[in-house]
Ligand binder design. Structure first.
Ligand code: UD2
Ligand code: MN
Length: 287
């Protein structure tokens, strides 16, 4: 009848899953930090392709994973502009359903990269059902878009070859720079430590947690895993902490009581910019 015809749903609009290998990757990229970029330029360039909050979904297929990109941040605006300019197009070509979180440490206290990453994990999950978390420094840009910002069978270390280390791993257990963990992998290690204030050690603690929980490290190959780091000096209030290396001999004991299960912080502001979600957070840092 007439009524039934009208009720018939429009032909199957369900999208197919995106292919295993994204079809539009280009491989080796040209990355250059010499020219300055400002945020408005990057907004003009990429804003129309993104949803508010620095969010993207492939338009014509269902992404393999929902990925939160989490960056610990304070006072690195020039780096942020470069990072956004280079990473958004790469992540789009990788056909991810992703969103970028800039976790800003409020105030002038001692910086704490790993604790900020924990905050990013919790806050991102309040917004969307992410299954994968990529934790990145703000100053690292991959020079090959085949280095997928996704999660794998094991926790992944993505920043395998950095220009500052002559494109080689500085040591076997190196886990710094950029890494990815699925929600399940992250919870298995009780997240990251909250107690590594200042520079150094937190990445090694995370590595140990992963090994102690019986997992291994997945890595891209040394060609795909190449990165450029924007040259910088050590920031104010992120001095190398001489107490951090010693803590590493206790990770096996401390990991159960220092992590996502003991995380405390206060969100002061959330801003949904076109290019990213900015979360300003008080993490009770010592001065
Ligand atoms: C190395 C590791 C990094 C981390 C750190 C020790 C590499 C490429 N990365 O980085 O993952 O393990 O050693 O803690 O080897 N940040 C700010 N504002 C600040 C201070 C830090 O935004 O005032 C953020 C920013 O995202 C930065 C990251 O923290 O990229 C790491 O700090 P860094 O770049 O000063 O340390 P670096 O390059 O030695
Ligand atoms: Mn750096």
């Amino acid at each position: 009848s007439q009524a039934e015809t009208e009720m018939t749903p429009t032909p199957n609009k369900t999208q197919a899953p995106c292919p295993d290998t994204p079809p539009n990757l280009v491989g080796v990229l040209h990355v250059d930090f010499n020219s300055k970029r400002n945020l408005d330029e990057v907004r003009k360039e990429l804003g129309s392709l993104l949803q508010e909050g620095g969010r993207y979904k492939p338009p014509d297929c269902v992404a393999k994973q929902k990925v939160a990109i989490i960056i610990a941040f304070r006072n690195r605006h020039e780096h942020l502009n470069h990072w956004l300019h280079y990473l958004h197009p790469i992540l789009m070509r990788q056909q991810l359903d992703y969103r970028v979180y800039i976790i800003n440490q409020d105030g002038e206290g001692v910086f704490n990269r790993a604790k900020l990453m924990n905050v990013g994990y919790v806050e991102a999950l309040k917004e969307y059902d992410f299954e994968c978390f990529v934790f990145s420094d703000i100053d690292l840009v991959p020079i090959d878009d085949r280095n997928l910002y996704r999660c794998f069978e094991n926790p992944r270390h993505l920043a395998v070859g950095m220009d500052k280390f002559n494109f080689h791993l500085p040591y076997n257990g190196f886990f710094g720079g950029v890494s990815s963990l699925s929600k399940k992998q992250y919870l298995k290690i009780n997240g990251f430590p909250n107690t590594y204030w200042g520079w150094g050690g937190e990445d090694d603690d995370i590595y140990k947690r992963i090994i102690f929980r019986g997992m291994s490290i997945s890595r891209p190959n040394t060609v795909t895993g190449r990165y450029k780091m924007i040259k910088h000096s050590r920031d104010l209030h992120n001095e190398q902490n001489p107490n951090n290396p010693g803590k590493l001999s206790h990770t096996r004991q401390t990991m159960d009581t220092d992590g996502i299960n003991t995380l405390k912080y206060t969100v002061k502001e959330i801003v949904h910019d076109t290019l990213y979600t900015y979360i300003n957070v008080d993490i009770d840092a010592p001065l």
